[in-house]
Design a protein around this ligand. Structure first.
Ligand SMILES: [Zn+2]
Length: 451
């Protein structure tokens, strides 16, 4: 080694040390910078929508949410609660990671996927709060005391009889007829059931709203009013034939537009503590004039949750899910759902239906048979706890025959067993569930002195 190389070595050594320090600095700073800005932490490619075209970043007929509404719930939920509800109840798979990044004390959420870096920052609370979050409904535990006779005193319940019925039953594909028998129309059946439930709940002290009181749409728009949006949607699907467009116009009228109108009523006028969505289930019956019958018959109860890959990608659906999470709707829906599945299984004698455990659109709730979470327009838009009921298969022969008997008081012989009318049986299952739930979950005033 010559003596002249010594200073060079020193310089190289010093530079290496400096370089090392610089690399360490960059490595330690990088995650912090990401963390602070929220940028680059969620996939930030922008979706391009041409003016007048179907907006694929929103659900059909959806509107762009005002994300500042979530400010109401800043620092009201812990990271653990948020993570649990988001990953175990409200979404399937891990597609949420494309839109929501969870950090130690906050989450960064994509708000408008048409813009690369539009995000909302939700701060977590480090401790579990005793106070309920801001919301327009009361859980059972928050109500002032009820009594044994009126366990539902002061409880506001909206009953949503599924579908429209009447002259729209055919267009909404909730109509079939066997020979000269009375046609089966789900919308008419849910309304009759809802009216029976209303009377019984009012006797128990509840304030009850029927979201629809007739077999008519709540929506004032008709298929013609949806021509333009249906055409845009058809173009986005690459199917512009007139049959597709007509089908979409009808769908927007009787389902999407109708449910959105009902949600306006529920959220702006009724503000209930709970919504009951009443349905009768069916298996595909193919030809409505010559329907296929089934020997199956079963029951299941749905809570809100289980957004799929496609659903969490939509800006409004993601926002509506977050409102549910932050209002802690599930804390009320889950115990209620257990009362409903048990009560209806008992009164109807139906076996409980289960989705496949591998389902990408349904999540089992606590492994309770027949109790599942699904993301449906009706249970997502109503901003309070929602219980969605699916008992009976209408194209089961016995169910069909019981519908022919209409509503009646007392019992009639059905295949050798004395049974109430199918409507009364359904209503009793619902009312028993609510009576037990409120008796056991709210404070009941019991005079201690009896003479
Ligand atoms: Zn239905």
């Amino acid at each position: 080694m010559s003596s002249s190389s010594q200073p060079q070595r020193f310089i190289i050594g010093a530079l290496s040390v400096l370089l090392g320090i610089a690399i360490i600095y960059i490595l330690t700073q990088l995650p912090t910078q990401k963390d602070q800005s929220g940028e680059n932490t969620v996939r930030n490619s922008a979706v391009i929508i041409q003016p007048g075209e179907h907006d694929t970043t929103l659900a059909d007929l959806g509107t762009r949410p005002d994300w500042s509404t979530l400010d109401l719930w800043q620092e009201t939920i812990t990271r653990d609660d948020f993570h649990y509800l988001l990953t175990e109840i409200y979404t399937t798979g891990d597609h949420w990671k494309n839109y929501i990044q969870i950090h130690d004390d906050h989450a960064i959420i994509r708000t408008d996927t048409r813009e690369a870096n539009a995000t909302y920052r939700l701060n977590f609370n480090p401790i579990i709060s005793e106070v309920s979050p801001n919301r327009n409904w009361n859980s059972a535990g928050e109500l002032s005391p009820g009594t044994r006779d009126k366990p539902l005193a002061g409880v506001h319940i909206a009953i949503d009889p599924g579908h429209i019925g009447g002259k729209h039953a055919k267009i909404e594909e909730r109509w079939f007829q066997i020979g000269d028998n009375k046609p089966i129309m789900e919308g008419n059946m849910t309304l009759l059931t809802g009216q029976l439930i209303q009377d019984q709940l009012e006797e128990l002290g509840a304030k009850v709203y029927l979201v629809r009181g007739e077999n008519k749409p709540v929506n004032s728009r008709r298929p013609d009013d949806y021509r333009e949006v249906a055409e845009a949607k058809a173009r986005s699907l690459g199917k512009t034939d007139s049959e597709t467009i007509t089908t979409l116009q009808n769908l927007y009228f009787y389902r999407t537009g109708e449910i959105r109108e009902r949600a306006r009523r529920v959220n702006l006028a009724f503000n209930p503590d709970l919504v009951l969505c009443l349905h009768y289930n069916a298996e595909a019956w193919a030809d409505p004039a010559n329907p296929s019958l089934t020997t199956n018959n079963h029951l299941h109860v749905l809570l809100h949750g289980a957004l799929t890959k496609r659903e969490i990608a939509r800006d409004d659906e993601r926002f509506e899910m977050l409102v549910k999470i932050l209002q802690r709707s599930h804390d009320e829906e889950k115990p209620l759902g257990k009362y409903f599945i048990d009560s209806l299984a008992k009164t109807t004698g139906l076996e409980r239906f289960n989705y496949s455990p591998a389902s990408q659109s349904a999540i089992s709730i606590d492994q309770v048979d027949g109790l599942w979470a699904r993301n449906l327009l009706a249970n997502r838009l109503y901003q309070c706890p929602v219980i969605f009921l699916e008992p009976y298969l209408m194209n089961n022969q016995e169910v069909h025959d019981r519908v022919q008997l209409g509503n009646y008081s007392g019992t009639k012989d059905i295949n050798g067993t004395a049974r109430k009318s199918i409507y009364q049986e359904y209503a009793d299952g619902v009312v028993d569930a609510l009576r037990s739930y409120y008796l056991e979950n709210r404070i009941i005033y019991e005079p201690s002195e009896r003479r």
